[in-house]
Design a protein around this ligand. Structure first.
Ligand SMILES: Nc1nc2c(ncn2[C@@H]2O[C@H](COP(=O)(O)OP(=O)(O)OP(=O)(O)O)[C@@H](O)[C@H]2O)c(=O)[nH]1
Ligand SMILES: [Mg+2]
Length: 449
């Protein structure tokens, strides 16, 4: 799986590893190799270009970290750009009853995938029913029936039915009778997407109202699989792709470009011929498999974390000395965004290590960040100079109301008071009395009393 692209990419990034500095010149050869690896994998030119642009953007904004080499940092950037390209892992509908329609070209693996999916759903405590809507191949009903029987999964076929619609209709009734709560409709393979097919699929979808319409696509087709997905998606809205035969896919082109080129996520992967060779598509697993370099990636992540911790410690110090200004506050809010609650300087104060942040506080934090960003540097340092007219401009610049700006200024003022009190013996005593649970607002509330 993905051997070819993996080998090429690993070669391209390995030479970056030892670099002490990064210049356009010394990474150019590697990035060219990365580009060629993607093109050879049958990723479209357009996707490759967007991918390289993403790497360029990400490298521009990157701070140079002391403890790791620039080469390692760039490997992490390539890793992250690949993750962005693949998109987030998307969830499969969990409603009960659940109806799933599988469609795709001839021989793409629909029938096999239907059985694999049924088995997967049974593990999630569904009662699945397989429905054979392929009336084009005489042997199709037998194939589905045999495979279902081998896995002990219920199956509905009707060899005398005149249309797939008729089968589907009876199957819905039968499903109710046997109390199936996941009905999977296997459809006939197609040579191409044409008018009659589109008509049939639209009618079918009207009848069964499937929450998941999955295109089953053969990964070996590379870019062609992506084109097929595009056409199907235009005809009937797909909810996802099941990419089959990944076990024999050395190149990875379809998996790498599906999401970016079609907007449709890969939800499942077929990894072999047996009913268990089936899994949720996990972007991070795929990137790890192709790029390797897990060691470098976690090294860089740790280094970033250390920088963040140093910044949080610096802010905490300024807080305790009551030197904390709006610029520090912005930095703190950004730290919380990146590190979660541990980025909160409150957690660094004694007794506050379990400080929590509520969802409401999180959205307030976003608003606060926008307001502070609309302030000038001088205003961040000395908020007392912010006069009425300036407040209005800040509100407009950050898309909030005047009262929100006033509220933030007031909140900050009480925080400042709290900081000053912390320096007094009485404040120190209060701090030491405060135990465990607290929120970011707790300290200022405490001193507001
Ligand atoms: N290696 C491998 N083979 C697969 C996978 N999925 C399906 N196959 C094989 O592909 C062939 C076609 O599979 P089917 O499930 O019959 O495909 P289909 O889309 O239902 O075919 P039609 O109904 O004729 O259009 C079979 O030999 C399967 O064993 C997979 O993930 N890996
Ligand atoms: Mg079939």
């Amino acid at each position: 799986m993905f051997e070819k692209i993996s080998e090429k990419l690993q070669h391209a990034v390995r030479s970056l590893r030892g670099l002490n500095t990064i210049s356009e010149k010394n990474i150019a050869a590697s990035l060219k190799e990365v580009r060629d690896a993607f093109l050879d994998a049958d990723v479209s030119f357009e996707v490759v270009r967007a991918f390289l642009e993403d790497i360029r953007q990400k490298s521009m904004g990157e701070k140079v970290l002391r403890s790791i080499s620039p080469g390692q940092q760039l490997i992490k950037i390539i890793h992250d750009a690949m993750l962005d390209l693949l998109g987030e892992e998307t969830e499969f509908c969990e409603e009960r009853p659940l109806r799933v329609l599988l469609l795709g070209l001839n021989g793409s693996g629909k029938t096999t995938s239907a059985v694999k999916l049924a088995k997967w759903l049974r593990r999630k405590e569904y009662t699945p029913l397989l429905v054979g809507c392929d009336l084009q191949r005489p042997a199709a009903a037998d194939q589905l029936e045999q495979m279902a029987l081998a896995e002990g999964i219920q199956c509905f076929v009707d060899r005398t039915a005149r249309s797939p619609m008729a089968v589907a209709k009876s199957a819905l009734n039968y499903g109710e009778e046997i109390k199936a709560n996941a009905i999977i409709f296997d459809s006939a393979g197609r040579l191409q997407v044409d008018e009659p097919l589109v008509h049939e699929l639209v009618e079918m979808q009207k009848l069964i109202r499937a929450q998941e319409v999955l295109l089953v696509a053969d990964a070996a087709l590379g870019q062609e699989a992506v084109n097929v997905a595009k056409t199907f998606h235009e005809a009937v809205s797909l909810t996802g792709v099941a990419l089959t035969k990944l076990d024999g896919d050395a190149r990875g082109g379809a998996a790498l470009s599906m999401k970016h080129s079609t907007g449709v996520s890969v939800k499942f992967v077929g990894l072999g011929e047996t009913a268990d060779d089936w899994d949720i598509f996990r972007p991070d697993g795929m990137v790890q498999r192709i790029l390797g370099m897990g060691d470098v990636v976690s090294l860089v992540e740790r280094a970033h974390e250390r920088v963040d911790r140093e910044e949080a410690a610096r802010l905490s110090k300024r807080f305790k000395k009551a030197e904390f200004d709006f610029d520090d506050y912005l930095s703190q809010l950004e730290q919380i965004g990146k590190m979660g609650p541990i980025g909160n300087i409150m957690t660094m104060l004694p007794g506050m290590s379990n400080a929590t942040i509520s969802p409401k506080e999180l959205s307030l934090m976003d608003q606060s960040k926008a307001i502070i960003r609309a302030m000038t540097m001088e205003e961040r340092r000395r908020p007392q100079i912010i006069a009425g007219s300036r407040k209005l401009r800040i509100a407009r610049g950050s898309g909030v109301q005047l009262k929100d700006v006033n509220h933030l200024l007031k909140h900050f003022e009480s925080m400042k008071k709290a900081m000053k009190k912390l320096k007094t013996p009485q404040g120190k005593k209060m701090l030491s009395q405060m135990q465990t649970t607290g929120s970011i607002a707790q300290l200022s509330r405490l001193f507001d009393e």
